[in-house]
Design a protein around this ligand. Structure first.
Ligand SMILES: NC(=O)c1ccc[n+]([C@@H]2O[C@H](COP(=O)([O-])OP(=O)(O)OC[C@H]3O[C@@H](n4cnc5c(N)ncnc54)[C@H](OP(=O)(O)O)[C@@H]3O)[C@@H](O)[C@H]2O)c1
Length: 336
């Protein structure tokens, strides 16, 4: 990590800072002014930050959001309200809360619009609460609102041991689907199986199209959840049955595939975009209901909110490197 190139006057808090676009090694641990809440905001002590693959993109300047410098990575968090701004009636100091910040969570205290957060149920701990909002929220929005997944349908999940992939495996199983987990190693597949997958495909060993053809049977696959992109998207789309749905979630493999539209015509199928951030902006009440439901399900043990490892704030770069290097199963958490 590079040393910080600035300091702050008055009370300060520790933060992981991106001062210019680059790699995790370009991040610095520095001091920033202690935030105060603007109208409609709360300031929360951050107890746990959920890291996501997009954090590796946002610090590289390769994400659709380009925050002003310096900013902190970390889009979802759990913590405790310390103060509330004018007009905030739903929260008070000492409330345990979870939600999303988009960026700026990897710091000791953060200011967040009150509309972005919900209270944490008593039976849910901070680490798992920090892992739910974006990760499980994206998978839930994709399966429930976009694909309209039905019980007994067949769901194939690519990148099935990653953050949103594992969430889709668990939610697919909870929703009664037959879940086929697809991933790059046998360890990752065993892990996905232990989280509810009924069938598994190692797409580095076996041709994905052949495997999904075999497992989809005569009818084919009903829904593909695709956060990977690259070379896997087209074979997955080709495996869909009549009126199947291909959920376009992300491109962790790097390449944005160009898919032949004649397949969509011939199968009467749909390629459905999934954009969590835009959904939250357009459907605020639906978002809050969804997050409260996911938190309840996690507290009750229906969802795991699996944490692979917890890092101290200073080791945020190490955690981001593990995500970029495809080493993570479930979620990584940073505790400031
Ligand atoms: N659309 C939305 O609203 C939304 C919301 C959240 C996330 N996303 C996107 O969804 C994708 C996954 O996010 P995540 O946080 O779940 O990531 P993650 O935990 O790192 O999981 C990504 C998975 O992708 C697979 N992968 C294939 N090639 C890879 C590569 N070159 N580098 C890294 N992973 C690779 C890996 O599984 P295997 O090794 O098994 O292939 C890995 O488990 C990202 O593209 C992210 O931007 C989109």
């Amino acid at each position: 990590m590079r040393p910080p190139s600035f300091c702050s006057r008055g009370p300060t808090v520790k933060a992981i800072l991106c001062q210019r676009f680059g790699t995790p090694d370009d991040l610095v641990l520095g001091d920033i002014s202690d935030p105060t809440p603007a109208p409609g905001e709360v300031v929360a002590k951050v107890v746990a930050v959920g890291l996501n693959f997009f954090d590796t993109l946002i610090i590289a300047g390769k994400y659709q959001t380009k925050p002003p410098f310096p900013f902190s990575p970390g889009g979802e968090f759990a913590g405790v309200v310390e103060s509330v701004g004018a007009g905030v009636a739903a929260f008070a100091p000492d409330d345990r809360v979870m939600g999303y910040t988009n960026f700026n969570a990897a710091r000791e205290r953060t200011a967040v619009p009150a509309d972005n957060i919900v209270k944490i149920p008593a039976d849910l701990d901070f680490d798992r609460a920090a892992a739910l909002t974006i990760t499980y929220g994206t998978a839930y929005h994709a399966l429930q609102h976009r694909a309209l997944l039905r019980a007994s349908e067949t769901l194939a999940v690519l990148g099935a041991s990653g953050g949103v992939g594992l969430a889709a495996v668990e939610l697919g199983a909870v929703m009664g689907a037959r879940v086929i987990a697809c991933a790059s190693t046998d360890d990752k597949l065993e892990f996905a199986r232990s989280h509810g997958a009924h069938e598994v495909v190692n797409y580095q060993k076996e041709n994905l199209r052949n495997a999904l053809k075999r497992l989809g049977g005569e009818h084919g696959i009903d829904v593909v959840f695709d956060p990977v992109g690259g070379a896997y998207s087209e074979p997955a789309l080709r495996s869909l049955g009549w009126e199947g749905r291909h959920l376009v979630v992300g491109f962790a493999a790097g390449d944005i595939p160009k898919l032949p539209l004649n397949l969509v015509l011939l199968k009467g199928c749909a390629a459905l975009g999934v954009f969590w951030g835009a959904w939250v902006r357009h459907e605020r009440e639906q978002y809050k209901e969804a997050i409260e439901r996911l938190a309840r399900w996690c507290g009750e043990g229906k969802l795991s909110g699996h944490i692979q490892q917890v890092y101290p704030l200073s080791e945020t770069p190490k955690a981001l490197k593990a995500l970029a290097e495809r080493k993570v199963m479930g979620k990584l958490i940073v505790r400031p």
